[in-house]
Design a protein around this ligand. Structure first.
Ligand code: TYM
Length: 346
């Protein structure tokens, strides 16, 4: 039995996650992903965070804008508290093993699996024939992002759950087809009060950087007045806040604002409602606006500071890419060996 065929069920715990540099960062990205990346960094576990620029180009990106947005995302990571000495921070295109493993996974994953992805259906819309092949294969590259590090934990927002399930399917099929126990069956980590931050204008829609209405979202680059104004204008209902979470069940807008408050103040929803239950929105909204400004303003000013020194950002990403490659390269070459590719040097 070669080393590659040995069962390797005991995987070292390792966290991987990524964000697309495809536009501005929203409060949804911050609470659903970045803030939780920082929490994982504080634990005794290796953390690897990526700017997935190759995923971004599955839909058209202006080249200069992509460069700026990648640096801005890196600045957002750093400003939120990610420390390049403790976490590996890099952009995906600089670690070619992602694309190389994705090709192997393209040959493992089935067309039908990809066709079922809701993100594919949403993004390709009615004109699937005109969507890029990359957009269709997107989840296979995402599986490669995760599995090229043998990552065991992937903190994401609710909207990425289906992609992580597909990553698990790819790992299981690869292991089965080749008779190995080589790739871990990765856990999505979807936890906290803000795994699905909703639009401020419509509690049934996800807060998104691509929503045409800027009032629907809080951007990490918004100034204090803009944040306060957007919260003041957020859609609500006429009732005062309930004192228990069950009272939010049929009130999506109220639930969203309470969830945001809970996540920003690092409390549970019940704890928040114990404090604000019975208050009308005219009292709660200014409390939320003050909290959001207090938490987000330091991040946006730090981001602006980092953006003044792109060379520093680029150096951090280069160093991160080197460290990431040191982990990814042997895993890719072991994969090639398992597949039977001559020349694999492991
Ligand atoms: P992306 O760039 O759309 O979003 C990045 C992260 O932010 C979370 N998120 C939200 N969370 C809560 N509420 C919201 N309104 C909200 N909007 C966005 C997303 O769930 C995500 O965690 N395919 C991924 C990027 C990716 C990736 C990966 C993630 C590529 N490879 C490997 C994890 C592991 C994406 O498009 O995320």
């Amino acid at each position: 039995m070669s080393e590659a065929d040995q069962p390797t069920t005991a995987f070292t715990p390792r966290v991987f996650s990524g964000i697309q540099p495809s536009g501005g960062l929203t409060l949804g990205n911050y609470l659903g992903a970045m803030k939780r990346f920082v929490d994982w960094q504080a634990r005794d576990i290796e953390t690897i965070y990526c700017m997935v620029d190759m995923h971004a180009i599955t839909v058209w990106q202006d080249p200069a804008a992509l460069t700026r947005q990648t640096r801005e995302l890196a600045a957002g990571y750093l400003a939120s508290g990610l420390d390049p000495a403790r976490s590996i921070l890099f952009n995906q295109s600089q670690v070619p093993e992602h694309a190389q493993l994705a090709w192997v996974f393209n040959c493992v994953a089935r067309m039908g699996w990809m066709q079922r992805m809701t993100q594919w259906k949403d993004k390709a819309g009615k004109n699937q024939q005109n969507a890029s092949l990359g957009l269709f294969a997107y989840p296979s590259l995402m599986a490669a992002d995760i599995l090229v590090y043998h990552a065991t934990h992937v903190p994401v927002g609710e909207d990425q759950k289906q992609h992580i399930e597909l990553t698990r399917d790819i790992a299981i099929k690869f292991n089965h087809d080749y008779g190995v126990d080589f790739f871990p069956v990765t856990e999505p980590v979807i936890e906290g009060a803000a795994t699905r931050v909703m639009s401020l204008r419509d509690g049934s829609k996800k807060m998104s950087k691509s929503d045409p209405s800027d009032a629907s979202r809080i951007n990490l680059t918004d100034d204090a007045d803009t944040i306060a104004q957007k919260i003041r204008k957020a859609k609500t209902d006429p009732e005062p806040l309930p004192s228990e979470a069950a009272g939010l069940a049929e009130r999506p807008e109220a639930r969203n604002l309470v969830n945001i408050f809970a996540a920003l103040s690092e409390q549970g929803v019940e704890q928040v409602l114990a404090e604000v239950g019975g208050k009308p929105f005219s009292e709660f909204k200014p409390m939320l606006a003050d909290l959001a400004v207090a938490k987000l303003s330091p991040i946006s000013s730090e981001m602006a500071r980092y953006m003044q020194d792109p060379a520093q950002i680029d150096a951090i990403l280069r160093d991160g890419a080197e460290r990431a490659r040191a982990i990814a390269e042997p895993i890719l070459h072991r994969t090639y060996e398992i597949v039977g590719m001559v020349g694999a040097r492991v």
